[in-house]
Design a protein around this ligand. Structure first.
Ligand SMILES: Nc1ncnc2c1ncn2[C@@H]1O[C@H](COP(=O)(O)OP(=O)(O)O)[C@@H](O)[C@H]1O
Ligand SMILES: [Mg+2]
Length: 150
């Protein structure tokens, strides 16, 4: 069966993408997998604060990550619950990493037929026509990418 991958960051545009994916799935009999990537801050981000903050950060990294993954899972659950996805096979996954890299990796490794995602996310920097995650996914994807507006 054909499969749609839907990257979700909780933004309005990503919710619209989820709705679009579900309606395509119903019409054409696709399966849908939702993916949320928790963007993990790197060590060097804290380097300017000196060794103490970095050490504290490393000590708390596991705890912090766990909390972020839980929050992300709740967000994803809420979005999926609000969809009318009856009769559609739906899967979900929350991954820690760099968003566009994880999205491209899953799309490739699991042989997705299409990616449906939002044009914008949260940062909404107007000088960029398309969000940077979306730009990078379009640039690196081997399958078609459908970009949905808010
Ligand atoms: N961390 C993430 N996990 C999963 N999908 C994401 C993530 N960040 C962005 N996306 C996807 O990319 C779309 C555009 O977001 P993005 O490129 O980050 O735009 P912006 O720069 O406005 O935040 C979102 O609607 C969502 O589909
Ligand atoms: Mg973003």
């Amino acid at each position: 069966m054909k499969k749609i991958l839907v990257p979700i960051d909780g933004s309005k545009a990503s919710q619209k993408a989820a709705e679009k994916a579900i309606s395509l799935a119903k019409e054409f009999g696709y399966e849908v997998k939702f993916i949320s990537v928790v963007n993990v801050p790197t060590d060097d981000k804290y380097a300017i604060f000196g060794v103490n903050v970095q050490t504290a950060f490393n000590a708390n990294r596991k705890e912090m990550l766990k909390e972020l993954m839980e929050k992300e899972t709740k967000m994803l659950n809420r979005i999926i619950k609000n969809l009318d996805a009856s009769d559609v096979k739906v899967e979900q996954v929350v991954i820690a990493g760099i968003p566009y890299e994880e999205i491209l990796k899953v799309a490739k490794e699991e042989n997705f037929d299409i990616i449906v995602m939002g044009r914008r996310g949260f940062s909404n920097i107007e000088r960029f026509f398309i969000g940077s995650v979306t730009q990078r996914v379009i640039a690196g994807s081997t399958c078609p990418v459908l970009v949905v507006n808010e």
